[in-house]
Design a protein around this ligand. Structure first.
Ligand SMILES: [Zn+2]
Ligand SMILES: [Zn+2]
Length: 137
């Protein structure tokens, strides 16, 4: 290929890129938007099955994920959902957490003493109760 035709080819590709750029950008944003909305819906459904392990509050918007060991905390779960992380990595972070409502969460963070938390595990046959000694962080 001669120098001139190579230049021409490059110019053509550049023009093509410019012509399709807006369209591709729009498509990319639409997909991103769709993915983020799907993630938000997934998170809402997931939270819909949870409740605060201290007071049984189950109103989705009041529920937080509290890291049992603050040293293991890589990300805030809510942040991960906002930033569009994969459900797999969100679940991995959730596995290090307990579910608390905003009230109990605030009490734990502001309380200096360690708290005794009653954890309820529902199984098909019975509702098991377990106590864990829980240090405020
Ligand atoms: Zn917390
Ligand atoms: Zn609570």
């Amino acid at each position: 290929m001669s120098y001139k035709s190579r230049e021409k080819e490059r110019e053509y590709q550049h023009q093509y890129h410019l012509r399709t750029w807006e369209k591709r950008k729009k498509r990319h944003l639409e997909l991103k938007d769709k993915r983020e909305r799907a993630l938000a819906v997934w998170f809402k459904i997931y939270k819909g099955n949870l409740k605060c392990i201290i007071c049984d509050e189950n109103y989705t918007r009041c529920l937080d994920f509290h890291h049992l060991n603050s040293k293991q905390k890589d990300f805030s779960v809510a942040d991960m959902v906002c930033k569009g992380y994969s459900t797999g990595s969100i679940m991995k972070e959730i596995s290090k957490c307990i579910v608390l409502c905003r009230n109990c969460h605030a009490k734990i963070h502001y309380s200096k003493k360690s708290l005794l938390i009653k954890m309820k595990f529902s199984s098909r046959r019975s509702l098991k109760t377990k106590f864990i000694n829980f240090k405020a962080v």
